[in-house]
Design a binder for this molecule. Structure first.
Ligand SMILES: Nc1ncnc2c1ncn2[C@@H]1O[C@H](COP(=O)(O)OP(=O)(O)O)[C@@H](O)[C@H]1O
Ligand SMILES: [Mg+2]
Length: 419
């Protein structure tokens, strides 16, 4: 990690050797000895618990030797790197230790400089290597469901929906939920939840390596129980956050949360595409205005071209109303697909909720707009029964059968022209 010291575990069966190593390492504030073990078994247990960056490992030890311990650490605690401490004449063991996954070695006796340089070089190389592989490795271990809330346009209700959906998921299923604000320039999640964040996603991007510790350190906990990863405080701080960071962060969050709800900025920028690639469900939000519908149509077509599964994209109309805007049936005809969820307009409640910093699904759980959010939550978490037993209001149509779009443009334009 950036400026934080390299954390070291010393493993040697001789107390005096451990003491000497500790002293040598204390001369350099770039190192921090976080523990000592006197045999391989202890070393494995402590590595798993303390997660050192570097394990300085002796070879010949009672109970379990350093080679066996290295093999276990390489497989079971791959975020720690082993450097072997050997004595002259142990060449054969050394080869075995390297084959077991050790990354470097020191032959005793060694100088302070040798010790420090070896640790630093090994660590630096490992950090670089991980920066490359982590985004690829992390999503493969995915457990939680990733949900993105997206639209082509600003002001259609993405942030409102993402925030309330996260609160609803946390409430109804009592599962762990993290809300990620990827509207990096002008994110509103923190203010919607009435919080001034101390750390943001920019603090993660500043680190050399994205690991679960730094991600965890940048989350805050809202009263609702949801954890939140806020967007940078200023737009100019957003530039250091890349698609690779986002991929790594989402991969790590998916390992420890049941649901990862992501609020996106408008439009198809690189970061949004990265998040949508990683998503299990994309809620595409539109209003009932012609430009928004036209753009939603184009967007559906692009998502199809990107190979997103049919079931991954859900069409959501926000501020749905029979009185104003385009008729829903006509819109469905134009887009050649049905709307999955209708969220009604409720200006009074939504504004009140934003100003209080309390999601409306909590303050007014039976309002129609809250019931519509419950329908979204049911799509995300179909296993959970929720507390609701019956469907509410004319706006809550539930999940409709889906039809894929073909000849989107033809449909839209003939609708606009002949409509
Ligand atoms: N269903 C709704 N009913 C009434 N007002 C809404 C609704 N959804 C969103 N709004 C209002 O619309 C505005 C834009 O919402 P916001 O969530 O910030 O959109 P976005 O994140 O897409 O830019 C806000 O003032 C919000 O209070
Ligand atoms: Mg927003």
């Amino acid at each position: 990690m950036g400026t934080s010291p390299i954390k070291i575990l010393i493993v040697d069966d001789i107390g005096e050797t451990r003491e000497n190593l500790r002293k040598l390492l204390s001369f350099d504030c770039g190192f921090l000895v976080i523990g000592e073990a006197s045999n391989g078994k202890e070393a494995v247990a402590l590595t798993k618990r303390l997660k050192p960056d570097i394990v300085l490992m002796d070879i010949n030890m009672p109970v379990m030797d350093g080679i066996e311990a290295t093999r276990i650490i390489t497989v079971e605690a791959p975020m720690s790197t082993v450097v072997i401490l050997s004595v002259q004449g142990e060449q054969e063991y050394l080869r075995e230790a390297m084959a077991a996954g050790a990354r470097n070695y020191l032959v005793k006796p060694f100088s302070v400089d040798e010790l420090i340089n070896t640790i630093r070089k090994t660590h630096d190389l490992e950090v670089q290597r991980r920066a490359r592989i982590m985004p690829i490795v992390a999503p493969q271990r995915k457990l939680g469901r990733v949900v993105t809330v997206f639209s082509t346009k600003g002001g259609v209700g993405k942030t409102t929906i993402a925030t309330n959906l996260a609160a609803e998921l946390a409430k109804r299923s009592n599962r762990s939920v993290v809300l990620v604000d990827l509207d990096l320039q002008f994110g509103d999640i923190a203010i919607m939840l009435d919080t001034v964040p101390v750390r943001t996603i920019a603090d993660i991007a500043r680190e050399e390596e994205v690991d679960s510790e730094i991600v965890e350190a940048c989350l805050f906990t809202h009263d609702t129980g949801i954890r939140v990863l806020p967007s940078p405080l200023r737009p100019e701080q957003s530039e250091i956050v890349t698609g690779r960071h986002v991929e790594a962060i989402l991969g790590l969050l998916a390992e420890s949360f049941d649901f990862i709800v992501i609020d996106l900025p408008q439009g198809l920028a690189d970061i949004s595409l990265t998040a949508m690639d990683a998503a299990d469900i994309i809620f595409l939000i539109t209003s009932l205005e012609l430009p928004a519908i036209k753009n939603a149509g184009i967007c559906l077509e692009i998502m199809d071209a990107l190979g997103y599964e049919d079931d991954k994209v859900k069409l959501v109309v926000n501020r749905s109303s029979k009185e104003i805007g385009v008729d829903i049936g006509e819109m469905e005809n134009a887009l050649k697909r049905t709307v999955d969820i209708h969220i009604p307009s409720d200006g009074r409640l939504v504004v009140q909720s934003v100003n209080k910093g309390v999601p409306f699904v909590l303050s007014n759980p039976t309002a129609k707009v809250s019931l519509a959010i419950k329908d979204l939550a049911r799509i995300v978490d179909p296993q959970s029964g929720g507390e609701r037993t019956e469907k509410g209001g004319p706006y809550c149509e539930g999940i409709s059968p889906r039809r894929r779009i073909a000849g989107m443009f033809a449909g839209i334009f003939s609708f606009f022209i002949h409509g």
